[in-house]
Design a protein around this ligand. Structure first.
Ligand SMILES: NC(=O)c1ccc[n+]([C@@H]2O[C@H](COP(=O)([O-])OP(=O)(O)OC[C@H]3O[C@@H](n4cnc5c(N)ncnc54)[C@H](O)[C@@H]3O)[C@@H](O)[C@H]2O)c1
Length: 466
């Protein structure tokens, strides 16, 4: 399969020079937009959309709340290995006065049993990163027509290909649940970019700049570390401290790129007429987590000897086939307020997320910033206009609700998912490629073309105005 793909890539290189565009007609181009023929759903007896969950931790509680508010869905079964998470889920269902679903709990592979025994229209996977791909692949192979997987979707290049290959082979739609693509300002920026307000796009910046030190350790009772309590990770902890911290011990790269690169991917039409070509990553030394341990647990704490591989601030530079550049930052071990650091810049204007400023040549006063909110109010995306009121009470400023609504609308209408396996692979690949680049002193590493040439003719599909 790999050799075939490599051969195809060589051909795609010629296609990039314009050869394929002349041989493919409009119909062929339209056909290429979808990843594979849709599976037909066998309707449930109740006529509702049957939902299953693998992983029922903190993130899933937000998904439960959103999905439980959709009257035409039923959560039929859930799977987890943790009593803590299952009890938390029980409380969520109780608060919402909803019937608690069938529980699959056992070994780490119990989800396979659930997939064998139950029939689902969609599976939501909200588990630790290392489980995303095995679970997604199992769900697609079990015949589930829609699979939503949390971010990042994949950790290694093989895993990225596994998502693409399995989605293509099975015809199951894989959606990366990248909620930031649905953030209100991000979508208004997308609308402005699509309407040409920024001119021809040149440069974007983004990242995940979030002080997670108190999430990577806790006492097994509070989600965030409370000073003076036990400092734990692994089985004695709860939430992401159980598993995420180990990625900081064992990996050095941008291990969580999609909150930033997802929106940028949409602005730049990546996989839809454009693609990433290569990246180079560099990193600072690793200090933050060791300092946090010593500051809170003392120099003799057993974790004080851990050699964290993850550099505190990882910077990745990416270029695209259309001549844009992107800078992506991963910064989770240092004291700082949260930011995704977006910047969107073209030949006619620029938006800075930090500071919320925006400038459009010929419309803003020369050399003076406008407030971005004044522009975004005018360019509110139609998904927000339609669902914004319902979304207000949901988590993360409503973007989670809008995302789930968009996914479930696709399921209801038997359409392709808005953010598909190619998006999941191209965005998540930054992790493995940045690790490779850093390990070799920041060398330029090529992106594979996960679409095998389809990017040339695919037409933008995500969040077209409704
Ligand atoms: N999009 C966002 O804004 C956002 C926010 C938070 C977390 N996330 C993502 O959501 C995912 C889950 O994060 P979380 O904060 O809920 O973590 P969590 O640790 O609270 O939840 C993960 C759950 O998966 C369960 N699990 C682990 N192995 C399993 C297995 N083999 N079978 C069944 N269940 C298993 C764990 O017991 C746990 O309940 C991660 O990928 C994370 O990056 C995304």
């Amino acid at each position: 399969m790999t050799t075939t793909r490599r051969d195809f890539l060589k051909k795609a290189a010629f296609a990039g020079a314009g050869i394929a565009t002349t041989t493919l007609g409009t119909n062929a181009a339209e056909k290429q937009n979808t990843i594979a023929p849709q599976k037909k759903r066998t309707p449930s007896k109740s006529g509702k959309i049957r939902v299953g969950f693998i992983g029922t931790g903190f993130r899933s509680q937000e998904h439960f709340n959103n999905i439980l508010s959709f009257p035409d869905t039923e959560i039929v079964a859930i799977c987890d290995v943790s009593d803590f998470s299952l009890n938390m889920t029980k409380e969520t269902f109780k608060k919402r006065e909803k019937e608690f679903p069938k529980v699959y709990k056992g070994g780490e592979l119990e989800y396979e049993n659930m997939l064998k025994k139950e029939e689902f229209d969609v599976i939501i996977i909200s588990s630790p990163w290392e489980w995303h791909v095995p679970m997604s692949v199992a769900a697609m192979k079990a015949g589930v027509p829609y699979v939503g997987v949390e971010v990042s979707a994949a950790n290694t290049m093989k895993e990225c290909w596994d998502l693409v290959n399995t989605s293509e082979e099975t015809g199951s739609q894989l959606m990366i649940l990248e909620n930031v693509c649905y953030r209100r300002d991000v979508m208004a920026a997308l609308k402005m970019a699509r309407e040409g307000l920024f001119g021809e796009l040149l440069h974007c910046r983004c990242g995940y700049e979030h002080d997670l030190r108190a999430v990577k350790f806790n006492d097994g009772k509070s989600y965030s570390y409370v000073p003076g309590t036990d400092l734990k990770m692994g089985p004695g902890a709860i939430g992401e401290a159980v598993w995420r911290t180990f990625h900081s011990i064992n990996r050095n790269g941008d291990i969580y790129p999609t909150h930033g690169i997802g929106p940028v991917g949409n602005w730049l039409n990546i996989n839809y007429g454009n693609r990433f070509t290569s990246l180079s990553s560099m990193t600072t030394k690793s200090r933050g987590l060791h300092k946090f341990i010593v500051d809170n647990g003392g120099a003799n704490h057993p974790y004080a000897n851990i050699d964290f591989k993850l550099g505190d601030i990882v910077t990745t530079m990416i270029n695209t086939v259309k001549g844009e550049t992107i800078i992506v930052t991963h910064d989770t071990n240092s004291p700082r307020p949260y930011s995704l650091g977006f910047r969107l810049q073209g030949t006619e204007g620029v938006w800075y997320n930090d500071g919320d400023t925006l400038y459009i040549e010929g419309q803003s006063k020369p050399h003076q910033w406008d407030k971005s909110g004044d522009w975004f109010g005018k360019y509110d995306h139609s998904l927000w206009k339609k669902y914004g009121d319902e979304a207000q009470n949901a988590g993360h400023g409503g973007m989670d609700y809008i995302m789930m609504t968009d996914l479930f609308n696709a399921i209801r209408e038997n359409r392709p998912v808005p953010l598909d396996c190619y998006d999941a692979a191209a965005w998540s690949a930054i992790s493995a490629l940045s690790e490779e680049s850093i390990a070799q002193g920041g060398i330029l590493v090529d992106f594979p073309d996960f679409t095998c040439g389809k990017w040339i003719n695919r037409k933008p599909y995500f969040a077209m105005e409704i």
